[in-house]
Design a protein around this ligand. Sequence first.
Ligand code: NDP
Ligand code: SOE
Length: 257
Amino acid sequence: MDLGLKGKIAVITGGTVGIGLAIAEGLAAEGCNLVLVGRDGARAQAEADRLATEFGVRAIAVSADVATAAGCDAVIAAAGAVDILVNNAGTGSNETIQEADDAKWQYYWDLHVMAAVRLARGLVPGMKQRGGGAIIHNASICAVQPLWYEPIYNTTKAALMMFSKTLANEVVGDNIRVNTVNPGLVLTPDWIKTARQIAGEDGYQAHLQAVADEAGGMKRFAAPEEVANFIVFLCSDKASYSTGSTYFVDGGWLKTV
Ligand code: NDP
Ligand code: SOE
């Protein structure tokens, strides 16, 4: 199926590893030009160069911290007018509400919510000039089904979901579609690092399987591509009637309808 993405330009925050890199690869395979954003500029540049060579697209790297206004400004300036924005940069947390200080709450608010606000403000005008666009928010199943150890993550991802819905309403007349994807368990370097820390080199795979067993449903982690494929479709005109929605890609982990 030709998704009609050839020649489009996509910004992917956190597009340098894990789910974001899989999204970048999926879009590049469809002929999309890329703006890869991450704090580690060397890694971003290496992946941009690799994808440009592998898929024959244009790819630039932007070294920026999207949890800051200056970082978002840098992304907006480097990207110019684009067709697609995937707000994917994010990370889990670990705290109790009793113990976490304001600074920690503020950091996650800036990373998960304000980055999306600031990038929408900066990139929507260019999308309008180009006749429309697609914006995806990579939130999490935790936006609606919280994990006990990360209240800040749960709360900020829930806010991101609502931001996505309200942005969709605001730009629906501009041919810009805005959707949220809520992944479940996705095997990225971050999960493997944490599992190694908790269970050691010999025990980390068993630890990951125990996490998946507890989640239920398919009782396995997704490969990043299994989430990315869905997001690439949502970015395309094949999803032309889809806006203002949240889609779960969670292997059946969600316990409600
Ligand atoms: P990874 O930790 O593997 O990758 C995160 C990416 O985001 C990296 O490219 C990282 O690059 C970038 N990043 C992190 N912080 C910033 C920042 N402040 N500014 C710019 N870039 C940043 O994450 P995953 O692939 O696992 O997760 C991607 C998204 O998917 C996250 O939003 C996460 O919450 C969500 N998600 C993940 C799930 C999972 O099971 N893995 C499940 C549900 C949701 P660098 O470090 O160089 O900045
Ligand atoms: C507009 O240029 C557009 O083609 C949108 O209509 C699509 O949904 C998306 O593929 C990107 O850009």
